[in-house]
Write a protein that binds this ligand. Structure first.
Ligand code: ASP
Length: 578
């Protein structure tokens, strides 16, 4: 028998028991005649004690154990003389009467402790060692609980889990496909699914009614922070539903997941139309943990001879509560921050609201106290506050202000990681115009239906058509999105037409779906949540890499197995890709 207990299990109540434990040597403390070892497994750490007086030979052998050796020990649970209140097993130790080395280990390339000395690259290369560390391991444990909570909820609600294929044809989620050459069909390629979108819709045509799958999706995108080429979605679809049915069902799921995994009550989840979200936050995934909403200053700031404002399409402000504390130097740093190419503002105007109610702005030349008072009224600013103002093209300036709002919110401590605020954003535009390709693009994907009232405008004014689509955002991160689908062949054709597909192209790419729509497709809709993102949120990490067992680095490489890698000439020949 390898063990009677785990290394996280023994307590004072076990004192006097003979036990066998197996695990890794995390640390050895050598006092000559006395040796202590922290023995670690997935469940915790138990202190082993070896004593020359008790057994000289055993103590000598213990002194030769290296870090990360795998050992099996036998001994008696005894009370510890110097107790450690930080770990659950801290009041006991094992007086070892015998042990066996199950496997020796090389000295690990970094310390396997909560605070390690290893940099990210080396830890990714030896990911199996990194996963021995609590902070990483605990994230995988939480991820597993999260998947279980999702399955529990959906199974209880009568969803069935169906696996869809991985070797398929292109799915239109807007990224590039990863492709796999077919040996048996030379010169032809499978695509890996960007999502199971078309299959889940076909399952609705099949009458499965409620589908889900926790599924890998693959998108060949340029690497941006926090993207992985393969990631996991909680993919769902339902028949005979409208938007509110989906919202209710999946709000329920997210609530139940937060409750099960973290015992957190998510509170009310507001439903915000896209247009409103853009006006209030400049973002379609607003961080609702704090206010600092965008204020329109057009009315009170234009027409005062300040060219920058007078020539701008839009002037937008935020009020920073208590922001008058910032020094001149700090304000300059904010200006530099918004001028970085990632944000791209030309400058930043500020107005301090002094404790005596007077104002001091960076544009005092153009705005006297009465004028600045109007800014303050609009922004609901109080003495001690600070108003930041940006101006420029309407859409751009709102986006820039969104970034600044998040940045200031972070600095002001308004975005704590243990606070969670969710919202739904609905009524997205159906399509957006892409100047580069001179075409309309589906904002969600081409199977998303327009809201019924807007259908007549699909040809005459596509930009004004709203989609029957919804996203959920938590703490400013998009965690899920979906739509009520088009289930009628004619409407689907009009959509393809709008997106610039010829009839042949549509037939070639999605003929199977269009054909299926002719055999009794029910009204249906669905949603997909990013499992990695939810896990990152719930574990309080900024990177989804931390919640993936074997992630790729930011160049899309797995540096542990060294992939991607070239093929040898024979393989290439066999695949017909020379
Ligand atoms: N397939 C969509 C996506 O991956 C989700 C959906 O519409 O259900 O974003």
């Amino acid at each position: 028998m390898h063990r009677t207990h785990t290394c996280g299990e023994l307590r004072v109540s076990n004192i006097g028991t003979q036990v066998t434990l197996s695990g890794w040597v995390q640390r050895r403390t050598d006092f000559g005649g006395l040796t202590f070892i922290d023995l670690r497994d997935r469940y915790g750490i138990t202190q082993l004690s070896f004593n020359e007086e008790f057994n000289k030979e055993l103590n000598e052998r213990a002194r030769s154990l290296g870090r990360e050796f795998v050992i099996k020990v036998h001994g008696e649970v005894i009370e510890r003389s110097s107790k450690n209140d930080k770990i659950p097993t801290g009041h006991i130790e094992i007086q070892v009467s015998d042990f066996e080395i199950l496997n020796a280990a090389l000295t690990p390339p970094f310390t396997i402790e909560d605070d390690t000395d290893g940099g990210e690259e080396i830890r990714l290369k030896y990911r199996y060692l990194d996963l021995r560390r609590n902070p990483i391991k605990e994230k995988l444990v939480l991820r597993s609980k999260l998947s279980k909570a999702v399955r529990d909820y959906l199974n209880d609600a009568d969803f069935i889990e169906v696996e869809t294929p991985v070797l398929i044809k292109s799915t239109p989620e807007g990224a590039r496909d990863f492709v796999v050459p077919s040996r048996m069909n030379e010169g032809q390629y499978y695509a890996l699914p960007q999502s199971p979108q078309t299959f889940k819709q076909l399952l609705m045509v099949s009458g499965l009614d409620k589908y889900y799958q926790i599924v890998k999706c693959f998108r060949d995108e340029d690497f941006r922070a926090d993207r992985q080429p393969e990631f996991t979605q909680i993919d769902c679809e339902m028949s005979f539903v409208e938007r509110d049915d989906i919202i209710n069902t999946f709000e329920g799921m997210i609530r139940s997941v937060f409750k099960d995994v973290k015992n957190i009550d998510l509170g009310d989840i507001p439903v915000i139309p896209y247009d409103e979200a853009m006006i209030r936050f400049g973002s379609d995934k607003p961080d609702m943990r704090f206010g600092m909403e965008l204020v329109d200053l057009d009315e009170v700031a234009k027409g005062n001879g300040f060219g920058v404002f007078d020539n701008a399409e839009s002037i937008v402000a935020i009020n920073v509560t208590g922001g008058n504390k910032y020094t001149r130097k700090e304000l300059d740093a904010f200006t530099d921050w918004v001028k970085r190419p990632q944000i791209g503002a030309l400058g930043l105007i500020y107005c301090r609201v002094n404790d005596d109610g007077s104002f001091k702005s960076s544009v005092d030349k153009f705005f006297d106290q009465d004028k600045l008072k109007l800014w303050a009224e609009k922004s609901d600013s109080k003495p001690g506050d600070l108003i930041f103002v940006l101006s420029g093209k309407a859409e751009k300036v709102r986006k820039q202000m969104n970034e600044l709002r998040l940045h200031v919110g972070e600095l002001q401590g308004l975005r704590p990681k243990d606070k969670f605020n969710a919202c739904w954003v609905v009524d997205f535009p159906l399509v957006e115009y892409d100047e580069g390709s001179d075409r309309w693009h589906a904002m969600h994907h081409p199977f998303t239906s327009p809201i019924p009232a807007d259908r007549d405008k699909m040809e005459s004014d596509p930009g004004s058509v709203k989609a029957n689509a919804y996203d959920m955002a938590i703490n400013g991160m998009e965690v899920g999105g979906g739509s009520i689908r088009i289930h009628d062949k004619e409407l689907q054709k009009r959509m393809f037409d709008l997106l610039g597909f010829t009839e042949e192209e549509a037939q070639e790419q999605f003929g199977f779906l269009l054909n299926a729509f002719e055999y009794g497709a029910p009204p249906h809709g669905g949603i997909a949540f990013g499992l990695d993102r939810l896990a990152a949120l719930l574990t309080g990490t900024d990177s989804i890499r931390d919640v993936i067992a074997f992630p790729k680095n930011n160049m899309g490489r797995d540096i542990m197995i060294d992939a991607p890698a070239p093929l040898n000439a024979d393989q290439k020949k066999e695949l017909g890709i020379i």
